[in-house]
Design a protein around this ligand. Structure first.
Ligand code: GLV
Length: 387
């Protein structure tokens, strides 16, 4: 977009507005990946290499993007991925995102390290939402969190397994996020905030309290990525194995989705322990750099598990056409991460709703121009090449 005064039309447009509005350290935490960000870029560029087969003169006067997942009908094959600290990107950001997801009839996933708590999100509407959790050293805390989730009607647990240790994120390091309370750290924060008046007003002051709502008793003050990093280092259990997932399966009565799968062997293990779904994910290129782009590894993993578990995918989705391509290559569902937070930072609930509406219409257009009217008719034959 050449001028920031134009109406935003694409994810990139919302990203540019978010960059202008947010303090640099928050924009970088969201936008960045680990190491040289090779996987972050590959996730996105892999979609651009997938060519579609246009098919004309079919009756495409009524195109329907709806799909079913776990017996629940959704407006399209995409939900909102869990993102930590959403409430630092818009005032009570998770609530705004939940409302936008409700409007499109798609699921919202609350992160363990969301600013808003499970109970607060549940106030938005009666529509169930999903909850993301890590394996904590304190299994009692895990059980307590699951009980709280169940208590507010969460029906689907997204269990993240690719964060035993945190990938090194150079942008965060450069922004001086460790030792943030030192004099140098405070000066950097002040410089970061200069010129971000609307953010200071609406989020910095208007969006309090800034704490990890679900963890308020463990982490009293949490508004910066280094608070998140410190908590991960202290609390996330790096000794977790499939046995622990089996334990989790035994105590969680709802749907269980294991997030962070990148090879067929792990996917089959997930099936073995009774996961209802997996998310093929490289954590948005934020963990191990130089792994496969998720869309590239999807066909192989889908071939390995077949219909034994639902196959979800995240990473790199920036348009409805990307969602369409993922569905065509075998994903039962996708999760959209950074785009919803760019839109949140750009214009709150309204912008998220607009972006999701754009995604839905891009799926409709992709379907219409490949001669398809129902989601279940989308299959690999709409893909021309993937090289
Ligand atoms: C959290 O999950 C992160 O990637 O920062």
């Amino acid at each position: 977009m050449s001028s920031l005064n134009l109406v935003p039309a694409s994810t990139e447009d919302y990203r540019r507005i978010a960059e202008r509005k947010l303090p640099q350290f928050l924009f970088d935490y969201l936008d960045g990946g680990s190491y040289a960000e090779t996987t972050l870029r590959a996730n996105v560029s892999a979609y651009q290499k997938i060519k579609l087969k246009q098919t004309v003169l079919k009756d495409v006067s009524a195109v329907k993007t709806g799909v079913e997942l776990f017996g629940t009908p959704y407006g399209m094959s995409a939900g909102l991925a869990p993102i930590g600290m959403g409430g630092m990107y818009g005032a009570r950001g998770e609530l705004q995102a939940k409302a936008a997801a409700d409007a499109l009839n798609i699921p919202f996933t609350l992160s363990t390290v969301g600013i808003c708590s499970l109970e607060e999100v549940a106030q938005v509407s009666d529509k169930p939402f999903w909850f993301q959790l890590y394996m904590l050293k304190d299994r009692g805390a895990v059980q307590q969190m699951l009980q709280r989730a169940q208590g507010v009607g969460v029906d689907t647990l997204v269990f993240t397994v690719d964060l035993a240790v945190l990938g090194a994120r150079y942008r965060d390091k450069r922004n001086g996020l460790s030792g943030g309370t030192s004099l140098a750290g405070r000066v950097r924060t002040a410089m970061n905030l200069a010129g971000k008046l609307s953010w200071i007003r609406s989020v910095g002051l208007g969006g309090k309290p800034h704490t990890f709502g679900n963890l308020a008793e463990y982490v009293p003050n949490a508004s910066r990525p280094d608070d998140f990093q410190a908590w991960i280092t202290q609390q996330v259990d790096a000794s977790v194995t499939w046995k622990d997932i089996e334990w989790l399966r035994g105590i969680w009565p709802g749907k269980l989705i294991v997030k962070g799968i990148l090879n067929s062997e792990d996917a089959l293990e997930a099936v073995q322990v009774g996961a209802d779904g997996i998310v093929i994910s490289n954590h948005g290129g934020r963990q191990l750099d130089c792994v496969d782009a998720t869309i590239d590894i999807l066909p192989e993993i889908k071939a390995a598990v077949g219909d034994a578990t639902a196959v979800l995918l995240d990473g790199g989705i920036r348009s409805g056409q990307d969602i369409f391509k993922a569905y065509a290559l075998g994903a039962d569902f996708t999760l959209v991460g950074r785009p919803w937070v760019y839109a949140l930072a750009a214009g709150g609930k309204q912008s998220i709703t607009e972006l999701l509406t754009t995604f839905k219409s891009e799926i409709e257009i992709s379907m219409a121009l490949t001669g398809i009217t129902q989601s279940h008719e989308i299959n690999p034959s709409v893909i021309r090449t993937r090289a």
